[in-house]
Structures are given as structure tokens and as C-alpha cells.
Design a protein around this ligand. Structure first.
Ligand code: SF4
Length: 435
């Protein structure tokens, strides 16, 4: 049986086999994490952008990613009460709702998606890649847990390039700060060959992920690179990069997408295969998670599919050519952190989004501006205008929030999307008559 034919329908939602597999991997990871007090495994909290999972794994630490926990709370619709709890404690309405979901969850017993309590972290590893909120977030957690805290500082790519001294600066931090502290916390001696093996596995998985992302250049695209893309990036952005599980998952996903291509199928949606592809979009900004399925439906009901997105690059820009390199282990970790989307300057983001519109044959750029993400919402209107100017394709702007249900206004978003699709139709009609 080919992977594409292995479909399941549970609770009214149709899923490809890879989506089910991904869910099982996440569940197994949460079980491993919450069993840490019994198994004796030590826990390292860290963030998705710039996570150095291969190195963390060398010390037998289990990683815990607070943004992923907030997303899970959003999808399960528990984040709303946590956000309110954090506001009660004194966090302002403007604070990133990932942070408030995390802090509120902590105040209400710190329960993981599997219903068991999260263990306290043994170490907080802040790999800083562009968002100041991450630093403040870990300051709050440090107060709470009073555990070892490590900071790996990634210089911002303000000039749009990675210079040798940026890499040297990061390698020095890895050698002199990060590795010795991880050795001390874990009690495990660093073994560079173990790191090389993990980096080799990362590169293999990255190759397969890029094959999947690039498949969206086809017409019809076999994937949705935003709503579906969030499933596809889960293992590599989360706890699995560098593991055999990730290699196997991406091999499986690649075969599944190849089978969709061979069958001439469009992307899978929660209601089965998407019908005719009418609009191809590039999207900037994260999705809303509290109303994820409702949000997605507004697209596939109209025949709109996302062919490329910046959000699926926050944990690595593999499609631009980066691969972890076992021959240059520490340098490669540094280059990875430097290159992630959150560390890219506004002009670099404009270049990337404009290129996506050309390369993926998109009809335009849609920005989902996140109310509480001050780091990334600033400058988005300017970016949209610049992309419009360069590509000649229309842009549109909608607003929502990550995990705060108070800021998802379905009627407003639907109206704006419908007007945008009409605008694309009018452009097409104009182009036809001009031709
Ligand atoms: S990038 Fe935005 S969403 Fe992510 S931590 Fe920073 S403020 Fe929050």
C-alpha cells in the first residue's frame, strides 16, 4: 500500500498517514518528558528557532519547547484560560501570548497535553535568535525554577550576511560556555563523534523535507505549505532533529507526497482532498491556533492553497540550501542559528517572500499579523508594499493572534479573504483583456 492511500478519518477529520505518524511521535515525546522524574532523564528547556537539538541530544537531555506547549494548548483550546491567568498575575495584554499561555499553565499546575505534570527543567538553554521576548521569557522561568541557565547569543543578520567572525564568536560560546555547562548539568562527557552522527541524520531529514516543500511548485500543488506545512515541520523543528525517528518520518513523508504527485492529487484538508486549486498564496506570519481548523477552512473552501510560507522557516531555512554538516560540527550549528528566519533582517525577508512568489507561481502575498508578536508584526505592512512593488502581485493583510481566542474574529478575516480573492480575480481578468 502506498503511503498516500493510508488515510484515516477520526472525529470528523481526515488525515494522511504522515500526519498520524507525526501526532504519535509528539505523544511519545510528551510521555518521555513527563516520565522523566521516574526514568531519571534530565530535561532541557529551549526554544524552536535556533534550537541546537543535536548538541542537547549528545548529553542525553530531553528537550522541552515552551512555544510548542503553548501551541498544543491553543489547539486544545486551553490557552485562553492560561492567558487570562497570566494577565491576572500582572502580565500586560500586549505580552506575547505564547509566554502568557506558558506562565498561566505554570500557575495552574503545569499539566502537559497527556494530562501529567511537566517535570521542572534541569537547564534553560536560551539560543537567542532575534526575538527579545525569548530572553524575558526565560528570565521569568529562571526565577521560577532556579536552575542552570545558558545563553547562546546569535548576532543579528543586520547586513544580510554571515561573516567568519560571527561564526567564530558563536563557536567560542559553544566551546567555552554551552558545552561545559551542559556537561556539568548532565554529567555526560561531550563526544564530538556523537554530534557528527546526529548532524548527519539531520542533513538526511532536511533533504527530504526540502523535497516536500519544493513539491508545491507543481500545479496542482500536492501540499499546503502553511496549514499542512505545520504538521510537516513538527518533528524537525521540535524534539526530533538529529534522531533516527526524524530520518524515518521524513523518508515516509517524502514517499507519501511523491505518491500524491503521481496521482495528480492536491493537498489533503481536514475534509479530504482539496478540490480544484484556484488561488496560490505565499503567507507571512504564524497561523492562529485556537481556531486552526476554522481558519484553514476559509482557505480550502475557496480553493486557496498556500504554496510557501515564512512560518515554516522559523526553525531553519533548509530550502535556501542550508544543511547541518557533520564535517564542521560546531560551525554548522552556528550557521544554522544565524540563518533561521527570526534572525533575518527585514530586507532579507522581503527578498525571500518576493522570490517565493516568483518561484512558486503565487497569486500574491497574504500577511497574518499577530497581535501579540511585537517582534514580527513591526514592519509587516512595509514588507507587503515592497513585495507588491517588486512582484506586481497584490498583497492582503489580516490580523489574529497565536493562542489568544479573544483575537480571532472569524467574520472579519473571512470578509477580508473573500475581498482578496475577488481582487485576484479582477487582476486576472484585467491581464486577460490586456493580452
Ligand atoms: S517571535 Fe513573536 S511569537 Fe515568538 S516569542 Fe517572539 S514575540 Fe512571541
Amino acid at each position: 500500500m502506498s503511503p498516500a492511500t493510508v488515510r484515516s478519518k477520526t472525529a470528523d477529520v481526515e488525515k494522511d498517514a504522515s500526519m498520524r505518524k507525526q501526532k504519535e511521535m509528539m505523544a511519545a515525546h510528551y510521555d518521555r518528558l513527563t516520565s522523566a522524574p521516574e526514568t531519571g532523564e534530565k530535561v532541557c528547556s529551549t526554544f524552536v528557532p535556533g534550537n541546537i537539538n543535536e548538541l542537547i541530544g549528545c548529553f542525553d537531555l530531553v528537550n522541552n519547547l515552551p512555544e510548542v506547549n503553548a501551541i498544543q494548548n491553543g489547539l486544545r483550546r486551553t490557552s485562553g484560560q492560561y492567558v487570562l491567568e497570566a494577565e491576572k498575575i500582572g502580565h500586560s495584554e500586549d505580552v506575547c501570548t505564547y509566554v502568557k499561555s506558558d506562565i498561566g499553565m505554570l500557575a495552574k499546575g503545569n499539566v502537559a497535553p497527556n494530562g501529567k505534570p511537566f517535570p521542572n527543567p534541569d537547564v534553560l538553554l536560551l539560543s537567542y535568535t532575534g526575538c527579545f521576548t525569548f530572553m524575558k521569557w526565560f528570565e521569568l522561568l529562571r526565577e521560577q525554577y532556579k536552575c542552570e541557565t545558558i545563553m547562546l547569543h546569535t548576532p543579528y543578520m543586520g547586513d544580510g550576511k554571515i561573516t567568519p567572525n560571527m561564526i567564530e564568536y558563536m563557536v567560542k560560546q559553544l566551546r567555552e560556555e554551552v558545552i561545559p555547562k551542559l556537561e556539568r548539568v548532565s554529567g555526560v562527557k561531550f563526544d564530538i563523534d556523537r554530534l557528527r552522527e546526529r548532524l548527519g541524520r539531520s542533513a538526511q531529514a532536511e533533504e527530504d523535507l526540502v523535497h516536500v516543500l519544493n513539491s508545491a511548485r507543481r500545479r496542482p500543488t500536492p501540499i499546503d505549505a502553511y496549514f499542512g506545512g505545520i504538521y510537516y515541520i513538527g518533528p524537525i523543528f521540535g524534539a526530533f532533529r538529529g534522531t533516527e525517528d526524524a530520518v524515518e518520518y521524513y523518508r515516509f513523508l517524502r514517499a507519501e507526497i511523491d505518491a500524491r504527485v503521481a496521482a495528480g492529487a492536491g493537498p489533503v484538508t481536514p475534509e479530504g482532498d482539496m478540490a480544484a486549486e484556484k488561488y496560490r498564496l505565499v503567507v507571512e506570519g504564524p497561523p492562529n491556533y485556537t481556531n486552526f481548523r476554522q481558519f484553514w477552512k476559509m482557505f480550502y473552501d475557496e480553493g486557496a492553497v498556500v504554496v510557501a510560507s515564512s512560518y515554516t522557516k522559523v526553525g531553519g531555512v533548509y530550502d535556501l540550501g542550508f544543511r547541518h554538516d557533520p564535517r564542521r560540527p560546531l560551525e554548522s550549528l552556528a550557521e544554522y542559528c544565524l540563518g533561521v528566519y527570526t534572525n533575518r533582517s527585514l530586507p532579507m525577508r522581503v527578498d525571500m517572500l518576493s522570490d517565493y512568489i516568483e518561484e512558486y507561481g503565487a497569486d500574491g502575498l497574504l500577511i497574518n499579523s499577530i497581535k501579540s508578536c511585537n517582534s514580527f508584526s513591526a514592519g509587516q505592512l512595509l514588507m507587503m508594499r515592497e513585495v507588491e512593488k517588486r512582484t506586481g502581485k497584490p498583497g492582503a493583510f489580516i490580523e489574529s493572534d497565536l493562542v489568544d481566542p479573544r483575537y480571532f474574529s472569524a467574520a472579519n478575516i473571512k470578509n477580508r479573504l473573500e475581498s482578496y480573492f475577488q481582487m485576484i480575480e479582477q487582476r486576472r481578468a484585467g491581464e486577460r483583456s490586456a493580452a
